[in-house]
Every structure is written in structure tokens, then in C-alpha cells.
Design a protein around this ligand. Sequence first.
Ligand code: UD1
Length: 420
Amino acid sequence: MARIQVSGGRRLSGTVEISGAKNAVLPILMAALLTRRPCRLAGVPYLRDVATTMQLLGQMGVAISVDDRARVSLDAAGLSTDLAPYDLVKTMRASILVLGPLLARHGSARVSLPGGCAIGARPVDLHLKGLAAMGAEINVEGGYIHARAERLHGARVVLDTVTVTGTENILMAATLAAGTTVIENAAQEPEVVDLAECLISMGAQISGHGTNTITVVGRERLEGYDYRVVPDRIETGTFLVAAAMTGGKVRTINTRPNIMDAVLQKLEEAGAELSVGDDSIELDMQGRRPRSVNITTAPYPGFPTDMQAQFTALNAIAEGTGVVRETIFENRFMHVQELQRLGADMRVEGNTVIIRGVERLTGAPLMATDLRASASLLLAGLVAEGETVVDRVYHIDRGYENIEEKFGQLGAAIRRLPVS
Ligand code: UD1
């Protein structure tokens, strides 16, 4: 299995280009199912979840090609099946995003239930409830969701909990439903907004995206899209935290500072100096050790759960004591045990981890458990004395493009070890 080796102690410096946002690319690729017209998406990162999505759509009869400029062309005119099989869904929960578009355009969908997941139960009940309110007939049988609807109709959908992919599924379905759908307590994440903008470019009538109430007036059909995806705010944040932890100076380019307020505030609290341009953020730590920060994760515009593990790693070596509270997912502290193996002083109490910053960590072999947790292990490896080897890095490859090359360009001693 692939592993990444990091030798800690180097101060990062330089410029890193940010890739397109995984969490926007996936729903936008799925949105190609809503139309018979060709679609083209630019800025697509080379990630395992993107490859899985293309495989899933390809199996359904969508013609897909990728050019050498990170553009993906899709044509779902020849859609041949409504099945999303278990072997693909189990490797990527976001496969559930085929449900809304398939049901809306094809009238039926069979999607494997995603099942358990390392970071908690993560049910899809709200997706199903929303689509049922729009007239879908839904049964769960043999581990599969079977959904059917002659034509969906508009409805008022009130989400009990803010759900990102749930909002996206209902939003996509609503674009082709008869009448008006109002999604209340909708997710406001920038990736939901990016999907909505792409759908609007296809002719969908959507308003209120970016607020907690989204209104969609359904259309008979949609056109194709030619769209460029929003930059990845989580990748940006991960590199900035790495710079802060190593006392370095890093400029992230091709990014979107105005969707990163909560994270940038915490970096400033940690003692970082930030220079923000239209599409760049430079962090300068001037060799200082970061100060501990308290974090509580929350739906956007709150502090993103996908940055929680990275800030937990920062607190591990910061000055003072930091308290990190996770309110979105239970069991999202798998990285804590691994960080403790490097010498971190942290204690989990329910949904909270209390971290007393230590002066130094020492390298050790570690196991990646989920996507963002694995990133936090690499960050810790960048400051730990000696060598850290992170195993099971396929988790990292799900969501970070060329991570070791990008860190390498910033001066980190990092390499991917050949599969043994
Ligand atoms: C998305 C992101 C993921 C991020 C998460 C929270 C994608 C592909 N993934 O995941 O990176 O960590 O948002 O920002 O965009 N819930 C229910 N019932 C449902 C759906 C969700 O109870 O039907 C609960 C979940 O268990 C969780 C909370 O709602 O506690 C939020 O989950 P959700 O926003 O749905 O996460 P994802 O969309 O899976």
C-alpha cells in the first residue's frame, strides 16, 4: 500500500497553486446527468474521488473524456442504466449525488446505500425525505435505494439538519421538477453555491443560494454547461496551516479568500500575518511558534469540519492549550491517537479534544484513517523530529492533488515510497 515519508524540521516557503474544489467538482460532474446536451468542466483536479465519479458515470453510459488541461467533457445523452453499484458507492459516499439528477431526468434510480464510514454514521435519510416530498416513491431493499417518479413536483423541503450533499441532491432534482421547490435550512457552503451557479448556467431558475433558503422553479429541460469550478478552500487552508506550523511563509494562489473567513481568522489568532489579494493569500509566520486556538466546527459560514484535524495538529505544537469541539460528525477524532504517537498531549472528552501544545514532536510510523485526518498527520510530520511515514495514503489521494509534489515545492522533505 502507498505510503508517504516526511522528514520534519524544514520551514516551508514559496508559492503553491490551489486546485479546483473536490466538493464542488463531484456534484457538478453528477449534474451532467440532468441534460442530454454536452457539458464541459474546467479546473478539475486529478483526485481519486474524481476518478471514481467518472467511473460511476461512465458505467451509466455517460461519454466522458479528459484533456491535458484538466478539463472534463461529459455527454449523458446515451444514459443506459440508473444503477450506482455498491462496489463504487462504498469507496465514495458522494456517489449518493447521482440520486437526485437520475430521478429527475430518468424517472428512476437505484443507488447502493453508502453504509458506515470511519467518521460516523452519516445517514442519507434527509436526502430521501426531501425527494419523497417531491413525489418520489422510495424503497430500500437489498442494501439499495430504489427511487421512482414519473415527474417530480415542487415542494417545500425543510431539512432537520444542515446537509451539504442533501441540499445538492434536492437542488439538482428540483431543477427539472414541475413547479417550485423551496429548500429551507439549506446548506450555505460555497460548493453548494458553485453548483447552483453551474445549474443556472444550464438554464435552471434558482435564487437564494448562499442563504439558508433556496428557491428553484423547475424547467422542462436544461442545456449543457461550460463551467470552471471554484478553488478548494480546504486545500488552501491545509497549506496555510502547514506554513503556520513550520514558522514559514507561503503564498497560495488561484484561491478564493472571501470564502475562507472563519479559517483565516483562526490563523490570525494563532499569530500568523496574512496578506490577502483577490485570488491569493500569503501567510507569514516569521519563524514564530503558533499560539493555540479554540475551534468549534459548524456549517458554513462557521468553521469547517474539514479543517478540524489540521488545526488539531497545529494546536499539538502551539504555545498554550487549545480546545477543539466537533459538532458535525461524531467520531471525527481518529487522528488524535496517531498524533499522540508523535508525542502530542491531547485528551478526548466526548465531542471535544483538549490539546496542550508541546515544544516538539518526534517522527513515527502512522496510519491514515480518513481524508482530512491523513492531511493532519502529514502536517504533524512536517514539524516532527526525524522521520514520519504515513501509511494508507489512498485516503489523502481522494482529496489532495499531488500533495507530496506541492509540499516538495515549498521545501518539505517529503516523498512517496514505492509500494512494498
Ligand atoms: C459534505 C462534504 C464533506 C464535509 C461535510 C460537512 C462533500 C462531497 N462532502 O459531506 O467533505 O465534511 O459536507 O461539511 O461535499 N445527516 C443526517 N442525515 C442526512 C444527511 C446528513 O443526519 O440525510 C447528518 C450527518 O450525519 C452529519 C451532518 O448531517 O452529522 C452533516 O453531514 P452532511 O453535510 O450531509 O455531510 P456530507 O454532505 O456527506
